[in-house]
Ligand binder design. Structure first.
Ligand code: SF4
Ligand code: SF4
Length: 253
């Protein structure tokens, strides 16, 4: 069973509570948890980078006009400075070995999903959300976007927001609360008969692989909330590290 909620801001959405599926408690936990985890991620990366930071190269430096006192990674070190070499090594490390390490962590998080099973509640088939309208999804699909193509192969738009809300009032309300002023579009799958997929053997990968991301908001009835809770800390730490790497690349590149 499956389907995806495509909302950018959902990447910041998760819960670390181990014993609740409540959407509202997930929402309430977001902010504090993210701040703590972001600091943890930043510290962890800084420690890694410090392992190849040069030791006191200024003692033997021939550059006369250098006035940099604080030798932090983002200082404007001149060419030929050992600290500039450190900055370059950092970029190579983050784009290479470190990125591989993060990929393995991501794989481990996704592999842990197999410890849980779908309870066939059909919530993901009854109410799916996209930041794109149906027309926009069709355009994206025509341009080769596989996810959009799969999405419109399954979903059709609800005629009204009231219809979408009736499908899952709690989920609908929370999604609206999260996106605030952003426009979102609601969809359902007409292949759902009762709570069963009438084309189960041919369902696309977005159905088979749902949920695709442990940081997405799930309907409260979805049994994969347990997986989300299980991996929440690791997933958010990973997300924070990826964001921090991008920041390093922007500043040093
Ligand atoms: S194709 Fe089947 S599994 Fe996929 S959304 Fe439709 S009813 Fe659900
Ligand atoms: S348990 Fe999750 S994946 Fe399975 S049908 Fe319900 S919402 Fe979809």
């Amino acid at each position: 069973m499956a389907i995806c909620v495509i909302i950018r801001i959902m990447d910041n959405f998760f819960s670390t509570q181990q014993n609740t599926n409540s959407l509202n408690s997930q929402y309430g936990n977001l902010k504090n948890n993210y701040e703590k985890i972001f600091i943890e991620a930043a510290e962890s990366i800084r420690k890694e980078l410090d392992t190849f930071k040069p030791e006191n190269p200024c003692n033997n430096c021939s550059i006369k006009d250098c006035k940099i006192e604080k030798k932090d990674i983002f200082a404007p070190f001149p060419a030929n400075c050992k600290y500039r070499d450190w900055q370059m090594q950092t970029l190579t490390f983050l784009a290479g070995d470190y990125r591989q390490k993060l990929k393995m962590i991501y794989k481990n998080i996704m592999d842990r999903k197999s410890n849980y099973t779908c309870n066939n509640c059909a919530s993901c088939c009854k109410l799916a959300v996209s930041e794109y309208s149906y027309e926009q999804l069709k355009q994206r699909a025509n341009k080769g976007d596989k996810f959009s193509k799969d999405f419109i192969s399954v979903f059709v738009p609800y005629k009204t927001e009231e219809d979408a809300k009736a499908a899952n009032p709690e989920y609908f309300e929370l999604l609206n609360k999260l996106v605030e002023d952003d426009k979102i579009y609601y969809y359902y799958c007409p292949k759902l008969k009762g709570n069963l997929c009438s084309d189960y053997e041919n369902r696309p990968s977005i159905c088979k692989d749902f949920p695709h991301n442990p940081l997405k908001l799930l309907p409260s009835a979805c049994s994969y909330n347990e997986w989300k809770n299980d991996v929440a800390h690791d997933a958010m730490l990973l997300k924070a590290k990826v964001d921090i790497i991008d920041f390093y690349k922007g500043k040093l590149g």
